[in-house]
Design a protein around this ligand. Structure first.
Ligand code: ADP
Ligand code: MG
Length: 639
């Protein structure tokens, strides 16, 4: 049945079906009910309030935390013909007056504002005068101190219920923890809200975790494995951001840094260059991300251990918003743990410290465990998965688990017998049986554990010690008597009450390649799988039958299709430049792929393509149809 909402979905947004929960949310909003919706990043939350704004009687006001986010959303909405505008401190007086005029005349239906703006009494008076149909609070987790992105200005929003008691409020977030939900519902005073928690699975994302081993090289390899694809690299410190960006630039890769130490102007320039596909890679601290709606981010790399699963999930979630395949890789080392611990130790509020400790433990369990990554991630959000996704390193058979109980016992026994006073190097020395003056001074060469592990080298034992530490079996003692000590979980293994399994690191060190099932070639960074996908995209005939990303029917992507895709990308770039918006706002990657498959030859055919609404057809249709025509007749690309 073609409800008004469905009609608008096709004619304005160019989509033929709703994503999960969108329709339910839209009808709740249209019926005036309060709402709390937790949908994953890329789940399509904007549409849930943009679409109703076209059907509601009066103004829809969206509260959004970042100026850049508002600007992008308004640009994207206008591309589709949704009459939107924003009011924030970046507007000069004349532009603001113009927005006010637009609202009064009814030309503007969707208004984005900052929480600071809502704190201004005279502005609220204006809202009352204009009449508001809906308040939509985007990134609503910002109101919660328990969220990972608390913003004090969001506390201003308690004013909504007080001063606009009759107007429905709809809260949206990608943060799924129940605690945040409770906070948001309470702070906004939502009344019997329709509470939606979407499926947080992002099947298009491939999850992979690797031990660091010259991480700059690993990152460079990864990026080389994704030619022409935009991506984000997260690093834990500003210094690491700068180093990584410089290393990529030296390698001829267009990359820009982004962190809080750069000037506002430079940050804006770099972000813009990335969003507009002018550079392919942004290397950033966690300061980067919220408000990046760029839908064609094809990969996300973590060059250091993230602070929490929640943060990791949000950050990786920035890849593949368009629903096309996306790749991720997390590199970590025990030094990362030390860096995070250092910060934790300096936290003053006990509750925060505990939370941070807890987060770190979760992250360590995630990276070290040999269980399906997706299952672990979803369990973190209280959602089930059957434990075998085909799209993570564990399920893809890249991770080999080996029973290392006996070796773990050797290490921990050495730690115990030397009095829990020594670091990893010394312990490895004892286990491998390498004596020196110090060993003899302590008489440790006479210990029964001395030399019990001579079958492996020192580096191997250092790796195992790191695994034991990451798994929480042993820990580092601080202060005067620094050294490795046994944790309760370690005692369980030492005394035979539990087993210890870990990933087979020898494969990653490259000296036991034959022990890696289902992976023949050498790449440890994921470039192998990507290489084959690239081959498909680039039309490798030998790869026939391999599904093209994002399509259920697994058609083959041929050479000529790849050429047309590249041609349409060029055309998109030109159109975007002329329109002054990022390319992804003109057409998503998915739209381009559908154009390549369907090769529309008329406006009617064009309007059937995913993501092409009436406004876009009107604006860009001629250029696109002409490009396809010309490409088909002459093989030339006009773009
Ligand atoms: P979120 O805010 O939930 O992270 P967005 O609102 O930015 O997600 O939407 C992510 C992408 O999904 C956008 O590119 C948007 O155009 C697309 N999208 C939204 N709804 C649909 C739909 N019903 N069908 C296809 N694509 C959609
Ligand atoms: Mg959003």
């Amino acid at each position: 049945m073609a409800t008004p909402a469905r009609r608008v979905l096709k004619s304005v947004f160019g989509f033929s079906s709703f994503r999960p929960h969108q329709e339910e949310i839209v009808s709740a909003i249209l019926s005036g009910r309060d709402l709390f919706a937790a949908l994953p990043t890329g789940g399509g939350k904007s549409l849930c309030y943009q679409l109703p704004s076209l059907l509601l009687e009066q103004l829809t006001v969206v509260i959004s935390p970042l100026i850049a986010l508002m600007e992008d959303q308004v640009d994207a909405a206008r591309q589709m013909g949704v009459p939107a505008a924003y009011l924030n401190s970046s507007l000069d007086a004349e532009s603001a007056r113009e927005v006010y005029r637009g609202i009064r005349s009814g030309d503007i239906r969707l208004l984005y504002v900052s929480p600071e703006r809502l704190a201004v009494t005279t502005f609220r008076e204006s809202l009352k005068e204009w009449g508001v149909s809906l308040f939509a609070v985007d990134e609503a987790h910002c109101i919660s101190e328990w969220g990972h992105e608390f913003r004090p200005e969001y506390r201003n929003l308690t004013v909504l219920r007080r001063e606009f008691p009759g107007i429905p409020v709809a809260a949206f977030t990608a943060t799924a923890t129940p605690r945040v939900q409770e906070d948001v519902v309470a702070a906004l005073g939502l009344r019997d809200p329709l509470a939606i928690r979407g499926n947080f699975d992002r099947p298009e994302i491939f999850y992979r975790v690797r031990r660091k081993d010259r991480v700059l090289d690993q990152i460079r390899e990864f990026v080389r494995g994704h030619p022409d694809e935009p991506g984000i690299i997260y690093r834990g410190t500003r210094k690491a951001v700068e180093e990584t960006a410089a290393a990529l630039q030296r390698g001829g890769i267009s990359a820009v840094p982004y962190h809080a130490g750069l000037s506002d102007a430079l940050r804006r320039t770099n972000q813009r260059a990335f969003v507009r596909d002018d550079v392919l890679v942004v290397v950033a601290t966690i300061a980067f991300g919220m408000g990046i709606d760029k839908s064609n981010v094809r990969w996300v790399v973590h060059g250091d251990l993230p602070r929490s699963i929640e943060a990791y999930y949000q950050e990786t979630g920035r890849a593949g918003r368009d629903g096309e395949h996306a790749d991720t890789c997390l590199f970590y080392s025990p030094a990362d743990i030390a860096r995070i611990r250092y910060h934790i130790d300096r936290m003053e509020v006990a509750a925060e410290r505990e939370q941070a400790e807890h987060n770190l433990r979760d992250v360590l369990r995630f990276v070290e465990s040999g269980a399906c990554r997706r299952t672990q991630l979803l369990r973190h959000f209280g959602q089930d998965h059957d434990g075998s996704c085909p799209r993570c390193d564990v399920c893809a058979g890249e991770i080999v688990l080996t029973d290392r109980t006996v070796d773990a016992q050797k290490v921990m026994s050495a730690i115990m017998r030397t009095g829990e006073r020594f670091g990893g190097h010394y312990i490895a020395q004892i286990v491998t049986g390498v004596g020196d003056e110090r060993v003899e001074k302590f008489g440790h060469h006479r210990l029964p554990t001395f030399g019990v592990g001579a079958d492996h080298g020192k580096r191997w034992w250092l790796g195992l010690i790191a695994d034991l530490e990451a798994a929480g079996l042993i820990g580092r003692r601080d202060g005067e008597r620094s050294g490795l000590e046994l944790k309760p979980a370690g005692s369980d293994v030492l005394f035979g009450r539990a087993r210890f399994e870990t990933r087979d690191r020898s494969a990653e060190e490259g000296d036991a390649a034959e022990s890696r099932p289902r992976r023949g070639r050498g790449a440890v960074d994921g470039s192998e799988r990507v290489a084959s996908r690239e081959a498909v995209r680039r039309g490798g005939a030998k790869e026939r039958g391999v599904p093209a990303p994002g399509d259920g029917e697994a058609p083959v992507w041929r050479d000529d299709q790849e050429s047309l895709f590249q041609c349409l990308r060029a055309v998109r770039r030109t159109l975007a430049r002329e329109a002054g918006v990022p390319p992804y706002m003109v057409f998503s990657d998915r739209t381009l792929k559908t154009l390549v498959r369907n090769r529309p030859d008329s406006t009617a055919a064009l309007l059937r393509v995913h993501g092409v609404g009436e406004r876009k057809a009107e604006r860009y249709g001629e250029a696109v149809l002409a490009a396809i025509r010309e490409f088909l007749s002459s093989g030339e690309c006009p773009g």
